[in-house]
Design a protein around this ligand. Structure first.
Ligand SMILES: [Zn+2]
Length: 407
């Protein structure tokens, strides 16, 4: 109707008039990312073409500079690794130039505890003239990969970075992703960037040399991603729990590959690879896990904390009426069967103000992302659901339930 459109038109032109002194030119572009994730064995066996092909992908005829950082803990069990890397580079010296012997870095979370180690690596990149067409190789567990990834991403605004994850957890979860970072101000991954790797090379040999504890810890992420994304994979885990509990190789290989694929699918097709929204859809069970890791000053492995977080949020899903009663027992049974302990007294730690410290984890989880609290819970085994509120009382009841089971 004309009499209705008129005021709107006036409003619009007034609005335009107010803006007449300024103008805007929208900049918009998108950058496609792609990187291969290989599953191989004996990566540095000279006949193995995986690393060579990876490095030659864009410039097949060039001689490529490579610098390597290795997890010091890995060198304890594989002291011959630097020689193997050198022999590989020598064998392919037409294409590879190893600028120096592999550089050992601190093992585990220690490397993420101080910016000093990042600076040390950045300095090495500068000293050896590693440019944006050279390669930084990181060989180690998730913490080492996080730290080297940050050093590579921030030197020359981003140097090609190849990840060679050596633990179950980094091969099936963090290593195939796009994040890096170190801890600062008491917060996990406070300093970091989103920087997709140039390639990820998963070598099963490294899994063989892991401690039993580390083999178990990495399986938590497989249970996690199965619970929220893939009921068939969850059933596979239940059916193969005996084999996984003794680290039977075919079962371990399938578990790692399927878990890595589900993480890759989420990053590529979940619509938010750089986590600009309020959700971290794959972080089921992680709000409590991250807090437990800090409470225990990282004496709990990430995967061990995640297993407890999964049990907690699965019980919570039942208590808040989303998930059928009894399903939490099934999840706990699987986790225990795989070798996890689902109770830790750190869950009852209180802050100076007398609050349960773990509840603080919910606040920190929200703050890390910004926006509304977004937590994934379960509506079925294999299907996650996002909620924006968690009831403190039900969280405490879930903790109590875990304690009684543990006792
Ligand atoms: Zn995790």
């Amino acid at each position: 109707m004309p009499e209705n459109t008129q005021p709107n038109d006036i409003q619009t032109s007034a609005h335009q008039k107010n803006q007449s002194d300024s103008s805007v030119s929208w900049q918009k572009f998108s950058v496609p990312f792609e990187y291969p994730v290989y599953f191989t064995e004996s990566l540095f066996e000279p006949q193995n073409p995986v690393l060579l092909e990876t490095v030659k992908r864009f410039e097949p005829d060039k001689r490529h500079k490579i610098i390597v950082f290795v997890d010091g803990g890995l060198l304890d069990v594989r002291p011959q690794l630097p020689q193997e890397i050198k022999a590989y580079a020598d064998f392919h010296s037409d294409s590879l130039e190893l600028v120096t012997a592999a550089i050992a870095m601190p093992a585990g979370e220690k490397i993420k505890a101080e910016l000093h180690f990042i600076e040390q690596m950045q300095k090495a990149l500068a000293d050896y003239h590693i440019d944006r067409h050279s390669y930084v190789l990181a060989i180690g567990g998730g913490a080492l990969l996080d730290a080297v990834g940050l050093a590579a991403a921030t030197s020359h605004r981003g140097i090609r970075h190849i990840r060679i994850p050596t633990t179950v957890l980094s091969q099936n979860d963090s290593g195939v992703g796009v994040k890096n970072g170190v801890n600062l101000f008491g917060q996990k991954n406070y300093i970091g960037t989103f920087a997709p790797p140039f390639a990820v090379l998963n070598d099963y040999d490294y899994i063989r040399s892991l401690s039993q504890r580390d083999k178990i810890a990495g399986m938590a992420e497989a249970v996690k991603v199965a619970l929220i994304r893939d009921s068939a994979f969850y059933q596979w885990l239940e059916h193969n729990a005996d084999a996984l509990a003794v680290f039977q190789e075919d079962a371990m290989k399938y578990m790692i590959k399927r878990c890595a694929e589900l993480h890759m699918q989420q990053i590529a097709h979940g619509g938010d690879p750089f986590e600009t929204g309020s959700a971290r859809p794959l972080d089921y069970g992680h709000w409590a896990a991250h807090k437990l890791e800090t409470i225990t000053r990282y004496h709990l492995r990430h995967g061990e904390a995640v297993a407890i977080g999964l049990a907690l949020d699965t019980r919570y899903s039942v208590l808040c009426g989303l998930l059928a009663e009894g399903e939490e027992d099934r999840v706990c049974f699987l986790l225990e069967h795989l070798g996890f302990k689902l109770w830790h007294p750190g869950l009852l730690t209180k802050s100076a103000e007398g609050q349960f410290a773990v509840l603080q984890g919910l606040k920190e989880f929200r703050e890390h992302l910004g926006g509304a609290l977004t937590i994934t819970l379960l509506e079925k085994l294999g299907s996650g659901l996002e909620v924006h509120k968690m009831d403190d009382e039900l969280v405490l009841q879930s903790i109590q339930w875990l304690k009684e089971r543990g006792d």
